[in-house]
Design a protein around this ligand. Structure first.
Ligand code: NI
Length: 171
């Protein structure tokens, strides 16, 4: 396994739209294993392939307290979302050290293919519902800060660019 480099907002590659996975083969399994390792190392509760510059429809999520319940979503699609909405304070490995409120449907039903190549459906609420929607947005090239005002977004872009420069300076 290997740790993957996570792209940081406002990297334009975060806006690429991911393509469907044709087959869950050894290459895809290796990507999933590396993505899981990268997510746990961060640590984070979710990671989309887009964030590691792989533009295929793959998401890993683990919202368990002990970070030992990995969920893999290949070619995920939201097939239903509730009309009830909920606001949640979100963060993202691609927008380090920034958190803000985003309103989304409180419940979703998602259809996807698992690491075993089999299709499954899952209904989610709470943090898992937030996480699924957040990660699926990434596959469409959308970062959560795009739900915020343009003013906030510009401020975040400046902050992230400044942060990247400081990190380069430390090397
Ligand atoms: Ni994210």
């Amino acid at each position: 396994m290997a740790l993957l480099n996570v792209l940081c907002y406002p990297d334009p590659r975060l806006h690429k739209v991911a393509k469907p996975v044709a087959q869950v083969d050894a290459r895809i399994k290796k990507i999933v294993a590396d993505m899981a390792e990268t997510m746990y190392e961060a640590p984070g509760v979710g990671l989309a392939a887009t964030q590691v510059d792989i533009h295929e429809r793959i998401v890993v999520i683990d919202v368990s307290d002990n970070q030992n319940e990995l969920m893999v979503f290949i070619n995920p699609e939201i097939v239903w979302s509730s009309s009830e909405k909920k606001s949640w304070r979100e963060g993202c490995l691609s927008v380090p050290e920034y958190y803000d409120e985003v309103e989304r449907p409180a419940q979703v039903r998602v259809k996807a293919i698992g690491i075993d190549g089999k299709e499954f459906e899952l209904e989610a609420d709470g943090l898992l519902a937030v996480c699924i929607q957040h990660e699926l947005d990434h596959l469409q090239g959308k970062v959560f800060v795009e739900y915020l005002s343009i003013l906030k977004r510009n401020r975040i872009s400046l902050k992230m660019k400044k942060r990247a420069k400081e990190l380069v300076g430390q090397r």
